[in-house]
Design a protein around this ligand. Sequence first.
Ligand SMILES: [Zn+2]
Length: 253
Amino acid sequence: MSLFKADYSGASVLPSPNHGARADGCAPDIILLHYTGMATELGALAWLCNPESQVSCHYFVHEDGRVVQMVPEERRAWHAGKSVWAGETDINSRSIGIEIANGGHPAGLPDFPDIQIQAVIELCLDCGRRLGIAPERVLAHSDVAPVRKVDPGEKFPWAKLHAAGVGHLVEPLPVQGGRFFQRGDVGQPVEALQSMLSLYGYGIEVTGEYDDRTEGVVAAFQRHFRTERVDGIADMSTIGTLHRLLSSLPKFS
Ligand SMILES: [Zn+2]
């Protein structure tokens, strides 16, 4: 495949053959963040360029902060897989995919170096500005594919991104005692919880039953917004943080 000109001036180009056309009328309005979850950066890059892998991303951020563009932004990269957000299921057609080199859960959740996070911030600011992407549409892979995906993980420094103007976040309520809901519970409070998660964008049906899916979506929410404890149990801190997050959305405040 021939070279293309990087859309982000801070990136060098390493083309991946794994991409296609975005669905009709779809422009990217989500930035989706991933970790590579592989032992080495070179292994991850090779995989993202291998036609057999059928996966790719728009941008790859090395641990030392170098940014590589692998797919032109106008094209549909293949990073989200089976996903849903705010009722949309073709997340690849709606997003810019950023792979952040990090060993992830298999490697015991190593820290993301500051220089790497700074590069992610600058890239997201640039994409957000050029493409007009709302802060609350900067998402984790785990947000759009709960249960199935856990990246970029609960140690990803969302607060640093938010402090620099990237993403949507509120101060989480501290974990403490009190009433909570968990798998097997049924009734109106579970319905209310599911409604709030759905309203924020998570792919969850309002059934009133705290089933496996609900547990997985609550864990995904915690992994991004209440990282102190990721257990899929809707305690008061989780529910309060979710409420605070919803209230701070521009459309509700
Ligand atoms: Zn991912």
